[in-house]
Structure formats: structure tokens, C-alpha cells
Design a binder for this molecule. Structure first.
Ligand code: ADP
Length: 159
């Protein structure tokens, strides 16, 4: 069984993330979306909230599992029996950082490969941080977030 892992902060999950999840879920037998703890970031949503929101927006995808981890990604992948990491690539600016991470992960776990799916052009501009910024100014979020989680976001920003 081909198991892939799609790691990220997902703070919160956007329709750009969801597009990658749907596409990756058709390529692999099983896709584990893993919310990774990043000590350097100060998240808007707790780990459990992020996991629950992703579970809610992927509940029509039977081969998608949602999990969280504070392990090193290369160790997590080994433990879950996966040898593929899926990443979304937006602009060239994502590339340098992602390329470095892919090489480091491969060094730590030589069985681990990283596969990049290019963002769809209509989602190229979209990132969780942009959404958080726009949301605070009251911009309509329907083009950015899955509709099921818009109330969660509005509640969080006190709208
Ligand atoms: P963000 O950059 O939005 O804060 P994450 O750190 O959660 O997101 O990113 C998880 C993964 O999703 C990364 O591989 C990132 O490049 C990818 N990604 C984020 N937004 C998009 C998008 N709009 N289209 C395709 N991939 C994306």
C-alpha cells in the first residue's frame, strides 16, 4: 500500500491545501495529512482545532487520515510506514526552502522522497497567513477557506 504524508501547519486549512489533498488522495492508496508542531510559529488555532477542521473538510475522502505530530517529519514518516512526502509548490519562492527540506529529510531518512504538486494557478496567491491578514480586515473569505470552517474562523477573530 502506497502511503503518503502531507505535512504542514494548516493554520487554518485553505482551499489551496484542500486542492492538494484531493489530488494527492487520488494518486496514493492512503494520504495522511499531518499537522506538524512548529515551535517557531504562534498559531491562531490549537493543534486539536486544526486537526478537527481538516477532518471535517475531508470527511468525504475515505483514504485520507488526519493526524498531528511533534516528531521530526523523517521519523514520523518512518514510523507510519510512508516513503513519500507530498508538498504543494506555489511560486518560485517556495522552491528554495522546500528543496532544502527535501534534501535534509532524504539525508535523515534515505528511503524518503518528496513529491511536489504544483499549485493550481487560481490558488497560487493563497496562504494561511494571507487569509488571516485579510480576515482581520473583514474581507469575504468564501474564495479562500472551505465553507465548513468559515464560522470557526469568524468566531476566532471575534466577528
Ligand atoms: P501556508 O504556507 O499556507 O501557511 P502550510 O505551512 O500549512 O501553509 O503548508 C503546507 C503545505 O501546503 C506546503 O507544502 C505549502 O507549500 C502547501 N500550500 C499552501 N498553500 C497552498 C496553495 N494555495 N496551493 C498549493 N499548495 C499550497
Amino acid at each position: 500500500m502506497k502511503i503518503a504524508i502531507y505535512p504542514g501547519s494548516f493554520d487554518p486549512v485553505t482551499i489551496g491545501h484542500l486542492n492538494i489533498i484531493r489530488r494527492a488522495a487520488t494518486i496514493f492508496d492512503k494520504l495522511i495529512v499531518c499537522v506538524m508542531v512548529n515551535a517557531a510559529k504562534n498559531p491562531m488555532f490549537t493543534l486539536d482545532e486544526r486537526v478537527e477542521m481538516i477532518s471535517r473538510v475531508t470527511d468525504d475522502l475515505p483514504n485520507v487520515e488526519v493526524d498531528s505530530s511533534d516528531e521530526l517529519l523523517a521519523d514520523y514518516a518512518r514510523r507510519r510506514g510512508s516513503c513519500v512526502i507530498v508538498k504543494g509548490l506555489r511560486a518560485g519562492s517556495d522552491f528554495e526552502n522546500e528543496f532544502q527540506m527535501a534534501l535534509i529529510n532524504k539525508k535523515i531518512n534515505p528511503e524518503l522522497d518528496t513529491m511536489f504538486l504544483t499549485a493550481e494557478s487560481r490558488y497560487m496567491y493563497l496562504s494561511s497567513s494571507t487569509v488571516k491578514e485579510l480576515g482581520r480586515y473583514g474581507v469575504d473569505l468564501a474564495d479562500f477557506l472551505p465553507k465548513q470552517i468559515i464560522p470557526d474562523f469568524e468566531k476566532k477573530i471575534g466577528k
